[in-house]
Write a protein that binds this ligand. Sequence first.
Ligand SMILES: *Cc1c(COP(=O)(O)O)cnc(C)c1O
Length: 423
Amino acid sequence: MTTTEFHVQGLPVSAIADEFGTPLYVYDTDVLRRTYEELRGLTHPAVDIYLSLKANPNISVCGYLGSLGAGAEVSSLVELETARRAGIAPEDTIFLGPGKTRAELEACVAAGLRAIVCESLEELAEVDEMAVAAGRADVPVMLRVNPDFHTKGSGLAMGGKPRQFGIDVALLRNARRVLKGLRRTRVTGFHAYMGTRFLRHEDLVHNTREILAVASSLADETGIELSLVDFGGGFGVPYFDNEPDLNIPELAAGIEATVTPFLEDHPDCRLINELGRYLTAGCGTYVTRARYVKESMGERFVVADGGTNHHMAAVGVGSFVKRNFPIRSLSRYHEEPTGEYTVTGPLCTPNDVIGKRVALPEVRPGDLIGVERSGAYGPSASPGLFLSHGFPAEVMVHQGTAHLVRRRDVVDDLLGKQHLITF
Ligand SMILES: *Cc1c(COP(=O)(O)O)cnc(C)c1O
């Protein structure tokens, strides 16, 4: 292929595409490691960094971050099992989610997690009963708080307004009796998550300061000995033109300045910063192959073999006006753009557009097109079953070798679950 093509750890992308087929996701562990280690190095030692599996539940992504020291924040039985098989200990795993099933809660109680994050007082009572029934003692629980302070700058706010998540602060302030009545669970602290895609460090520092203040005052009012506080995360990644990168050194310094006085008051408390997008987005590229290049009424289209069925996020996360993710010609990576192309996928809907009027070098059929910063909220947040294309392959490049970390769906993966009744 051309010499100007994109490489991952020295491997030409065309070789990866030839070996595993397209469309596919490629994850680069060098980028994962740099992202994690930079943040770890700048973060206060009392703060543990957890991967939110929701952003990328691939077991090798989870396993690699786990091997670097990350814990896991999970929200379903399969995510819990993913973290376990990936080698992350139950003591380094927390489970949250607003509508956990009884089976999930029982698995949490049995697993001996670092904490079950309860999102209502009713759920807390249920966990306590399960702990009694299972003959467990001292099951650690964090209470998810829906704080009442105002948050700015999120692409999608999850707290600070009426939400199905967590317990309103006002309710918790009067919960001392309920908490005292717990038999086999121990409330070790509080959890709050204000939203996703924050790109201004000032906003994230503000959230952290407010969450720690809420946790402190709630501990006083309810008589809880704080040993664990999870202050969410929501660190953003810029996707669109004119969006700045988060300033991680400033952010880490700002968080440290709020954590230090908090820890003087609560010297035995540890903290968790749970992150999905920030840890995983940068390592991933969604790779599709141009099938046809065509023109319609003056607009040029690249029709590729994969689209929004695998990458719904590229359609524009929480924004009304559609904006493009970073899209590049991977086959002509180092060539200058010569024109604009609308990049579409294989679905029979006009909404299957992954990039509108993207500036690209000349695109020819067979060229590889990449959507960058796609390691978060990719396949798992996409309608992979639409038109029954199934999910794409996922490949991880580690130490210069490409490994298949999820095979592409085949016919039986989809049809094998269906039953034809007789007529
Ligand atoms: C989605 C979610 C996360 C991960 O959010 P990112 O913005 O991807 O880091 C963390 N915590 C909770 C409670 C979430 O719902």
